[in-house]
Design a protein around this ligand. Structure first.
Ligand code: FAD
Length: 474
């Protein structure tokens, strides 16, 4: 069966685009954090939607699972295959159209996010989705995970930037929903089923995305604060004064900042003094007044005692250096030993309370643990990461992952939060979901999966546990 499937795929795509050699497929069998190592019969590289459809139809006929991959920068094991065929979308990388009046860009799923940003910029517009992985993640992966990032505060996550989709369904049919409409109540909102479905309901091949006007000026500052509560007060004040001109409010406590200063080559301490908490703030304006505006808002915050100290970037290079500190946090944490990570969200009003409760609980449970929490404070999303105690054994620390998960996720749940904020469920949180997700919602998810993928061939075992003896238990 597998040999004849591979022959069919090679005949359709050309043998050069059906990889079976162990060395060629190795990069597709795990992801950056190396938490899982998968296996696959082949990695195929279709070049257009028709070829993706042909691959899925052939795999459906052979009852062979398919796993879509974009840039493979996911962090939750969602793109790791456990058998079957990996469909790499990398060759579907064309920008099909940019329409300034509709304020849309139509792109294929394999476009690298940074290229989409550049194509929008070339047309004088802004595509605001922005992640530290933007140089390698691809737009299909961004939509499949409903990616968040640093600009959600003003522009929303990937879902809010999506107007239309083209999707290959589990039987190989193509749904052409590439529409640029702001209003369309002609039935169920199908595109929103696929956004955030992590390759389990269909394979996204193209999208119509919403563009925004490019700001005329932006300004960036780094604030020193007395506590997470002070950061929340400063955020509330800034958002009240600036509305959607506040385009980022990223929170960085003392420990993660020290980690990044210790390990990031060329990193410069942004403020002379020592503070318990810090925030990276960015404002954007349709006028050339962003710096002036930020300066006067910062003066107000300092006068009101909400901010202890602040520094403003005086050039694009200084602004980029501040952003580099923030964007390197996750990677630099690795230099301190083992990390246990949680991507969670709570209502914005409760972020400071969450940080206090979760920190106290983890420090009590694991003496010496170093809490390395940071994140997109302005949209309630915290990467509540833990670094191993100094001198501890890494494997012993990582063995605590399930116990710590329970502590952190129970607190998140008690605070009406989500245990999967922006990275998705994938494999890493799949078995946590039944404990925290409303059972009716879970049942609806299972029914949708059964309706859209009755053979269970699309990314089996991700997001939802396969039913006992069901079609996904290959
Ligand atoms: P992949 O990793 O290839 O796939 C991710 C999931 O989507 C898998 O389940 C896969 O099967 C599915 N998939 C991929 N393409 C398709 C498709 N065309 N159709 C259907 N399903 C598909 N994420 C954030 O949200 N915010 C951040 O700030 C952020 N920062 C990051 C920083 C770093 C340094 C790294 C390494 C990762 C970060 N991520 C972040 C996680 C990751 O970059 C995002 O999840 C990204 O959206 C994944 O895109 P990708 O193309 O790499 O997808």
């Amino acid at each position: 069966m597998t040999d004849s499937l591979l022959d069919t795929l090679a005949a359709r795509l050309g043998p050069a685009h059906v990889l079976t050699d162990a060395t060629d497929i190795a990069p597709h069998l795990d992801e950056t954090r190396r938490l899982y190592r998968g296996q696959a019969v082949a990695v195929v590289r279709p070049r257009d939607t028709a070829e993706v459809a042909a691959v899925v139809a052939a795999c459906a006929a052979a009852r062979v699972p398919v796993v879509a991959q974009g840039g493979n920068t996911g962090l939750v094991g969602g793109g790791v295959p456990f058998g079957g065929v990996v469909i790499s979308l990398a060759r579907l990388d064309r920008v099909r159209a940019v329409d300034p009046l509709d304020a849309t860009i139509t792109v294929e799923a394999g476009c690298v996010l940074a290229h989409v940003q550049q194509a929008a910029e070339a047309a004088g517009m802004l595509f605001p989705l922005s992640l530290a992985s933007e140089g390698s993640c691809r737009i299909g992966g961004n939509l499949a995970t409903n990616a968040g990032g640093t600009a959600v505060l003003a522009y929303g996550n990937a879902r809010e930037l999506t107007l239309g989709l083209e999707v290959v369904l589990a039987d190989g049919q193509v749904w052409n929903g590439l529409r640029a409409l702001r209003k369309d109540n002609s039935g169920y909102d199908l595109k929103n089923l696929f956004v955030g479905s992590e390759g389990t309901l269909g394979i996204i091949t193209a999208a119509v995305l919403r563009l925004h006007p490019r700001p005329v000026s932006t300004a960036t500052a780094f604030l020193g604060l007395a506590s997470a509560r002070a950061a929340l007060d400063a955020f509330g004040t800034l958002r009240g004064r600036l509305g959607s001109r506040l385009t980022a409010f990223e929170y960085v406590p003392r420990f993660p900042l020290e980690v990044v200063l210790r390990h990031l080559p060329g990193a410069v301490r942004p403020l002379a003094g020592d503070h318990s908490s810090y925030a990276l703030v960015e404002i954007s304006s349709p006028d050339p007044d962003a710096e002036e505006e930020l300066l006067s808002r910062l003066s107000e915050l300092i006068e009101a005692g909400l901010v202890e100290d602040a520094v403003m970037a005086r050039s694009a290079a200084q602004g980029a250096a501040l952003w580099r500190l923030r964007e390197s946090l996750s990677e630099m944490q690795g230099h301190e030993g083992g990390s246990i990570k949680h991507d969670v969200s709570v209502p914005v009003s409760r972020v400071a309370e969450f940080l206090e409760r979760a920190t106290a609980a983890c420090e009590a449970a694991l003496p010496g643990v170093r809490v390395c929490a940071f994140g997109h404070f302005g949209d309630g999303n915290i990467h509540f990461n833990l670094t191993q105690p100094v001198g501890a054994e890494k494997a012993a620390f990582l063995a605590e992952w399930p116990r710590v998960n329970r502590i952190v996720h129970d607190i998140v749940h008690a605070m009406d939060g989500s245990i999967a904020a922006e990275h998705g469920v994938g494999l890493i949180k799949r078995d946590e979901l039944p404990r925290y997700k409303d059972p009716v919602a879970l049942d609806l998810m299972r029914r949708l999966k059964g309706a859209l993928d009755p053979l269970g061939i699309l990314n089996p075992g991700k997001v939802l546990r396969p039913a006992e003896g069901g079609p996904e238990a290959f």
